[in-house]
Design a protein around this ligand. Structure first.
Ligand code: NHR
Ligand code: GAR
Length: 208
């Protein structure tokens, strides 16, 4: 059984989608812990109610990013993960942390990378007049939101959409592509080949 640790900062709907699919579809894996950088992350209660171990490493308690990263890594390593999945995790992680989990850390980002790395992606896509938007699951590398792409999901922009409407539509496609990507990882179907991901079967894009 592959051991999955999920990092969250808030609601945790992607965490929930992964944990539910993992159990329902009997992946050869288990979500062994959910770790948040904020004590008020709503997803913690859902995980705890489901019997998943939870932990909080509050970034505000640390003087430097390096000290936070080190404390976070210590907690994560206590769960001996095969995969670390960022799911709405809102802290940029330093090079040492990222290298420690190289090739076994995924993120879902709410844009069609390489467009709009960083924050406020929906606002920026609307300002740019994008007619389609989406989400990207990628391996995490030191360069923010630039790691090898595993899967992308595309949704239309509709007349009158505001940031919230786009965020909801994009979130729905994340709930499809992130569990699928994690499943491929735990089933050993993903191979990192330099800057690209080779995936052994199935389509790597979802058009909704
Ligand atoms: N770390 C590395 N090294 N590489 C990536 O690809 C990462 C990462 C950490 C998080 C998620 C990412 C996203 O999907 C992610 C990818 C937070 C910020 C950010 O600016 C940017 C991108 C992502 C997550 N965070 C602010 C910071 O100073 C804090 C913002 C806040 O707390 O609201 O860390 O978009
Ligand atoms: C998701 O849309 C995720 O891509 C995004 O936040 C949402 C988290 O929702 N992540 C970021 O913006 C990271 N900077 P969730 O907590 O319900 O999974």
């Amino acid at each position: 059984m592959k051991r999955i640790v999920i990092l969250i900062s808030g609601r945790g709907s992607n965490m929930q989608a992964i944990a539910e699919r993992c159990a329902d579809q009997r992946w050869p894996a288990q979500v062994v812990a959910v770790v948040a950088n904020r004590p008020d992350a709503a997803g913690l209660a859902w995980a705890a109610a489901r019997g998943i171990a939870t932990a909080v490493v509050e970034h505000r308690a640390f003087a430097t990013r390096e000290a936070f990263d080190a404390a976070l890594a210590e907690v994560i390593d206590g769960f001996a993960p095969d995969l670390v999945a960022l799911a709405g995790f809102m802290r940029i992680l330093g090079d040492d942390f990222v290298r420690r989990y190289e090739g076994r850390m995924l993120n879902t980002h709410p844009s069609l990378l390489p467009a709009f790395p960083g924050l406020h992606t929906h606002r920026r896509a609307l300002e740019a007049g994008c007619q389609v938007v989406g989400a990207t699951v990628h391996f995490v590398t030191p360069a923010l939101d630039h790691g090898p792409i595993v899967m992308q999901g595309v949704v239309p922009v509709r007349p009158g959409d505001d940031e919230q409407a786009l965020a909801e539509r994009v979130l729905a496609v994340e709930h499809v592509i992130y569990p699928q990507s994690v499943r491929w990882f735990v089933e050993g179907r993903l191979r990192l080949e330099g800057a690209r991901v080779h995936q052994l079967d199935g389509a790597s894009q979802v058009l909704m």
